[in-house]
Design a protein around this ligand. Structure first.
Ligand SMILES: Nc1ncnc2c1ncn2[C@@H]1O[C@H](COP(=O)(O)OP(=O)(O)OP(=O)(O)O)[C@@H](O)[C@H]1O
Ligand SMILES: [Mg+2]
Length: 285
């Protein structure tokens, strides 16, 4: 399984003065669920594109440092080589659609045809991903007749069908209503349980807190902190980076309720309940 290692990554887009990523280093173990948070222009999408080699293959500019997927150095490979291990779902699903396929089914088959898979395996993978994202009923529709949410789920399904070891999702639920978002989170969680590494950029902090093993906080191209959701959302200066902790954390902060063994504030409803119960606050939620 793929381990990700980033060493002193720096990047500046062409014709710009400021670095979009400023000396970033971290590693991610196979199977981890990583949430990436930070205000607009923090560098989240730029980092995602660096992990899959779009930077520096497609976007030129100034690049320094190294990104490894296992032993492969991303900058020395083509994006198509990297895509066998790492799949990316873009912030805007319109960027993902081929534009040449007449049905959702064909759209998802496209990546698999390029991989040269046997037909029965292709069919099995397409059906699995259509069902997982609950879009089997739209399989004969034209991709451009889908709503934003349905299109986003199709984009995720086409990546899932390729069975990458790492899936990067850049704000995958920004186009979705609460129910659609929940479906995507559950689908992504089940992929995570199968051992696929998940890297997800998301502004919904409740969801990040619930699903992530670790959370990376970016600001102005810098990696500010990379730790458990409890540690990140307990940071005193979090708001300075344009991020609000989940509601449960904010309530517990204002009531001074911490988890006594970790000294962190609760980040989910269940953790808040447990901490209140232990403190004998008797608040029923
Ligand atoms: N194609 C581009 N050309 C030049 N500069 C860019 C380009 N894309 C992004 N940038 C700049 O790089 C910095 C980081 O942008 P990035 O899109 O990675 O931020 P982000 O954290 O994903 O923001 P958002 O939450 O708005 O999606 C910003 O200053 C942005 O203006
Ligand atoms: Mg972005």
């Amino acid at each position: 399984m793929a381990e990700i290692k980033v060493e002193h990554l720096k990047y500046r887009y062409p014709l710009t003065k400021e670095l979009a990523l400023k000396d970033i280093s971290f590693s991610i173990k196979p199977g981890e669920f990583i949430g990436i948070i930070g205000e607009n222009n923090a560098g989240k999408s730029t980092l995602c594109q660096s992990l899959v080699g779009i930077i520096p293959s497609f976007y030129k500019g100034a690049y320094g440092g190294k990104v490894f997927i296992d032993t492969m150095e991303v900058a020395k490979l083509s994006v198509s080589d990297i895509c066998t291990k790492v799949g990316i779902v873009f912030q805007n699903p319109f960027n993902q659609v081929t534009g040449s396929k007449l049905t959702v089914y064909e759209e998802i088959a496209f990546g698999l045809e390029n991989m040269g898979l046997p037909r029965p395996e292709m069919i099995e993978r397409i059906d699995y991903s259509l069902n997982l994202l609950d879009i089997y009923k739209y399989k004969d529709r034209n991709p451009f007749d889908l709503s934003g949410g349905q299109m986003q789920r199709m984009a995720i399904a086409s990546i899932i069908a390729m069975r990458p070891e790492v899936i990067i999702l850049d704000e995958p639920t920004s186009q979705l209503d609460p129910q659609g978002s929940e479906e995507v989170f559950r689908a992504v969680q089940s992929l995570s349980q199968e051992g696929i590494t998940i890297i997800m950029v998301e502004h919904k902090m409740e969801k990040i807190a619930e699903y992530s093993d670790r959370v990376m906080l970016l600001n102005d191209g810098n990696l500010i902190a990379f730790d458990t959701p409890q540690k990140i959302f307990s940071m005193d200066d979090l708001e300075q980076y344009g991020v609000n902790a989940p509601t449960f954390t904010r309530i517990c902060k204002s009531l001074g309720i911490r988890n006594q063994s970790t000294d962190c504030y609760p980040v989910t409803l269940r953790e808040a309940k447990d901490a209140m119960h232990l403190l004998g606050k008797g608040i029923s939620l």
